[in-house]
Design a protein around this ligand. Structure first.
Ligand code: GDP
Ligand code: MG
Length: 600
């Protein structure tokens, strides 16, 4: 089809407002997949994505649609990830589009991620088409939701399309609106190639499959492409489109989207957000598309195999995952308490959970994770600054002049009844309240500046439970701010247990240290000797507990009796040993260790 009949668009929504269901209906209506194949297509997706109902991997699907004007259009639906960890990826895929369907639940109204995604779409200059979904629900109130879209998002909602993705109502109206309202792509096919890499995945046979939006020029097999940011060059093996599976094509041209592969060994060589051009042309007529930045891990934790002999397997699994995940970082570390493992970096908490879960499921590894931490800036008395992502590397107290931690700008939308609960949480989490707005009757929008470290500690679950599930939440990183931070060491019989040490705001050091040693006391099995548990800052004890010794005769009784019972006991002990971790001179069961780590 000619360029003026191409439409590139995406669907943006708060989680659960119906993005995936609507995408399925569009694919069905345009005959891109038939109803029979629908299930099969869903099964192709990653397990975790389906189970959690979140979209992790983006895709672009080409649909052919004959509009009411009798002409055939090429509609490219670009999928966007729906989670705050992947904001950069969302912004990249939005840049591959000219329009966005903004889906809002007719019963729930505008939520925090509706707002965040709408802002990203406006920044990308997209034509936004509001869709009010789930009008079949008894609680649906499309008029109120239309008002909210206008007042909160400042988007004209007079032509918002009422829809039920579930019942297939409004689907044709949506496709017509895409054709009529989303502008066709600009771009000149006769100019030298310029294309945006907006996503990629790794395929065991093909190497990296890069998803591209062609801005100018054309791309075909045999072309040698040059990545502007990484400087890497590769001869293209194949180009094509997703319809919805990979389908080879002769040529991709300006305005269109599709994929190419070129025997690229790792996604780090084909970065999301990078611009490609034809080798030899770079720096001449071709300028990189704006906004590229390499994925940067923000949240770190130590990952250790339960069974220390799994260390090489863990390394191999992490390397394999990195081929497909440029945002994952790892380096080997060792800990007296945990043995050999890796310090890993992630975009955020969800990213961390996804990686852990996949390591356990797909690579069959049993893992232990230390409490997550953020990246701190430590300014030292000698004028230097250290970037610390691991409590183990925290400098000696006397060399520290001041410290900073990362903050986020958070938006919380909640029914009026729960404002008190949210504000209480804001205080507990060291939040600074910016302002408060009333987007609609009965609803409040709160803006906060919060330390990222407080958010990675169970913030979202707490918020949900304290507001009976009604609060919605979104955040973006803002900047580093001064914060008096200290490192708390945990000692068992005067030996520091490195895996339990943590960095915390000075005012919270005492309660958290106390909580940790109390918890340890509860779970540590009694030994033949007394165990001293202490939390300390730079050698100064801030909390202490004792686990008293077992009396001798208890042990004696245990070991008496006939020989077979004794052997059984020994065997059991041996089995137990495997799952023990050494705490100073005290061995404790793995499970106990886990429960301490969960405290964060
Ligand atoms: P996503 O998180 O935005 O991708 O949302 P999903 O498409 O996964 O939908 C979330 C839930 O809402 C699912 O249980 C859907 O079946 C349901 N849902 C989606 N669209 C509709 C609709 O139009 N009406 C009703 N009643 N439920 C819907
Ligand atoms: Mg979905």
């Amino acid at each position: 089809v000619p360029q003026d009949r191409i439409r590139n668009f995406c669907i943006i929504a708060h989680v659960d407002h119906g993005k995936s269901t609507l995408a399925d209906r569009l694919l069905e209506f345009t005959g891109t997949v038939d109803k029979r194949d629908m299930q099969a297509q869903l099964l192709d997706q990653m397990d975790i994505e389906r189970e959690r109902g979140i979209t992790i991997k983006m895709a672009a699907v080409r649909m052919a649609y004959t509009a009411k004007d009798g002409l055939e259009y090429e509609l490219n639906l670009i999928d966007t990830p729906g989670h705050v960890d992947f904001t950069y990826e969302v912004s990249r895929s939005l840049n591959a589009c000219e329009g966005a369907l903004l889906v809002v639940d007719a019963a729930q109204g505008v939520e925090a991620q509706t707002l965040a995604n709408a802002n990203l779409a406006m920044n990308a200059n997209l034509e936004i088409i509001p869709v009010i979904n789930k009008i079949d629900l008894p609680a649906a109130d499309p008029d109120r939701v239309a008002e909210e879209i206008e007042s909160v998002l400042a988007i004209d909602a007079t032509e918002a399309i009422p829809c039920s993705a579930k019942e297939g109502i409004g689907i044709e109206e949506i496709l017509e609106a895409v054709v009529q309202k989303v502008p066709p792509p600009a771009g000149d096919p006769t100019k030298p190639l310029r294309a945006l890499v907006f996503d990629s995945h790794y395929d065991g046979y093909l190497g990296v499959v890069a998803y591209v939006r062609i801005v100018d020029g054309t791309l075909k097999a045999g072309d040698k492409v040059h990545f502007i940011a990484t400087g890497k060059e590769f001869p293209v093996s194949e180009v094509g489109t997703f319809a919805p599976r990979m389908r080879p094509a002769e040529l991709l041209r300006a305005g269109g989207t599709g994929y190419f592969h070129a025997a690229i060994k790792s996604v780090t060589d084909a970065r999301v957000g990078d611009t490609i051009t034809v080798a030899g042309r770079e720096g001449k007529a071709v300028e990189a598309l704006p906004g590229y930045r390499p994925a940067k891990p923000m949240v770190f934790c130590g990952l250790y195999p339960h069974d220390s002999s799994d260390f090489p397997n863990l390394r191999e699994a992490l390397s394999k995952m990195q081929l497909n995940d440029a945002a994952l970082s790892f380096e080997a570390e060792s800990s007296a308490a945990m043995g050999f493992g890796f310090r890993c970096g992630f975009l955020g908490l969800l990213h961390m959970e996804i990686v852990q879960e996949r390591l356990e499921r797909e690579f069959n590894l049993a893992l232990l994770a230390t409490a997550p931490s953020v990246i701190y800036h430590v300014y030292k008395t000698d004028g230097t600054m250290e970037v610390i992502d691991n409590p183990a590397n925290w400098p000696t107290t006397t060399t520290i002049e001041r410290t900073e931690e990362p903050y986020v700008d958070a938006t919380i939308i909640v029914p009026t009844d729960y404002v008190g609960a949210v504000m209480e949480m804001g205080r507990e989490r060291r939040g600074i309240q910016d302002r408060m707005e009333y987007p609609a009757p009965g609803r409040v929008m709160l803006y906060y500046k919060l330390p990222l470290a407080e958010i990675i500690m169970d913030f979202f679950d707490q918020l949900k439970s304290r507001t009976k599930g009604y609060a919605s939440f979104d955040y973006e990183l803002s900047d580093y701010s001064p914060s008096p931070l200290v490192k708390v060491d945990v000692q068992v019989n005067a030996d520091p247990v490195d895996a339990l040490s943590f960095i915390v705001h000075r005012d919270k050091a005492f309660p958290r240290g106390k909580m940790l040693v109390e918890k340890l006391k509860e779970i540590l099995p009694r030994q033949m000797f007394e165990i001293k548990l202490q939390a300390a800052i730079g050698g100064k004890i801030i909390a202490a507990e004792r686990v008293s010794a077992l009396r001798k005769n208890v042990i004696a009784k245990c070991y008496g009796g006939d020989i077979s019972r004794k052997r059984k006991l020994l065997e059991k002990q041996k089995e137990g040993k495997k799952r023990m971790k050494q705490f100073g001179n005290v061995e404790i069961p793995q499970e106990a260790f886990m429960s301490v780590l969960k405290l964060g």
